[in-house]
Design a protein around this ligand. Structure first.
Ligand code: DGY
Length: 321
């Protein structure tokens, strides 16, 4: 009998050929909605491999649902949705999708920074709502990017790619990370700073930090209070790294100027969330790596990883070795 693989969303058939040629593969029939928990548990009971999305909770219960499970391939570079310890204890390999999404996610992060600084979404809404009655000197005037200081919190590969873009825009670059990045410092002129220093100096504070026990609610009311009044906060990493209530109050009280958010504490963010009512918030629905080419490359990498594990080879990107 062929090993059984479950994929938790509907993906284009042509992107998973590497698996369908060799294994018994089933996909959840919806592209836009996740499978219910009971479905996931029932499938995990039978599966040798599962391709999961960052919105699927892969916990001890799911990991121990069946006897056959050997690999979880997460369609994301982040893997905070997975109980890594429980997987490792059970000998289940967990893989992610680094590298293939680096430049695309950096593009989006920089686009969000630009859009927030120059009020692009607000301006587009303004013209479509028929509000444009004539040119005026400060109409929708935003913030400069050129010559300003960007502070990148979380200098992984995506952070470094954002730094390269910032260099092209003539920005000064500060970063904070668990470890120093000499290569990036040489390439982009990025300067290492303590977290406190960075948040109080940067004009653009950009969070690309992964979600861990150390980074949960890293951005608190105190941190926002330390930022410049003209600061713009961008989050394209993980939502729970930010205390959203604190962010809301900082924006409302004009302790900081604006925020651009691709990620949220709860996704999807409820439509009545107070952050969405603020004009100085540019909010987009977790689309960091969402170009067609990159999402296809991510799916293919998941397939390659699953196939490798189930045929006794080493996967390309393992996170619990
Ligand atoms: C990831 O891969 O972790 C990103 O958040 C997806 O856009």
């Amino acid at each position: 009998m062929k090993p059984y693989i479950f994929i938790t969303r509907k993906l284009p058939e042509e992107t998973i050929l590497e698996l369908t040629e060799k294994f018994d593969v089933k996909m959840w029939e919806q592209e836009d909605f996740p499978a219910q928990r009971e479905v996931l548990l029932a499938e995990a009971k039978k599966a040798s491999g599962i391709i999961t999305m960052l919105s699927d909770k892969v916990d001890e219960e799911l990991l121990s649902a069946g006897e056959n499970l050997k690999v979880i391939a997460n369609l994301a570079v982040g893997f905070d949705n997975i109980d890594l310890k429980a997987a490792t204890e059970r000998g289940i390999i967990v893989t992610n999708t680094p590298d293939v999404l680096t430049e695309t996610t950096a593009d989006l992060t920089f686009a969000l920074l630009m859009a927030t600084a120059r009020r692009i979404v607000e301006a587009a809404d303004y013209i479509k709502a028929g509000k444009w009655e004539g040119w005026s000197p400060y109409l929708l005037a935003g913030h400069d990017v050129y010559g300003k200081t960007i502070g990148i919190v979380g200098m992984g590969k995506i952070g470094e790619a954002v730094a390269r873009r910032a260099k092209g825009f003539g920005m000064e670059i500060l970063y904070h990370n668990r470890s120093r990045k000499p290569e990036a410092e040489k390439e982009t002129g990025a300067v290492y700073r303590s977290f406190e220093d960075l948040v109080s100096t940067a004009d653009y504070v950009v969070s690309l930090a992964p979600l861990t026990d150390e980074t949960r609610h890293l951005f608190t009311a105190d941190v926002f209070a330390k930022m410049k009044k003209s600061a713009i906060f961008i989050n394209a990493g993980r939502g729970p790294v930010v205390d959203e209530q604190a962010l809301y109050h900082a924006l409302q009280k004009k302790e900081i100027a604006a925020a651009g958010l691709d990620v949220f504490e709860k996704e999807p963010i409820p439509t009545n969330h107070p952050l969405l009512e603020l004009p100085n918030v540019t909010a987009i629905p977790h689309i960091g790596s969402a170009s067609t080419d990159t999402r296809t490359a991510m799916i293919k990498l998941c397939c390659t990883n699953v196939k490798a594990v189930l045929t006794g080879d080493s996967p390309k990107s393992i996170v619990n070795n």
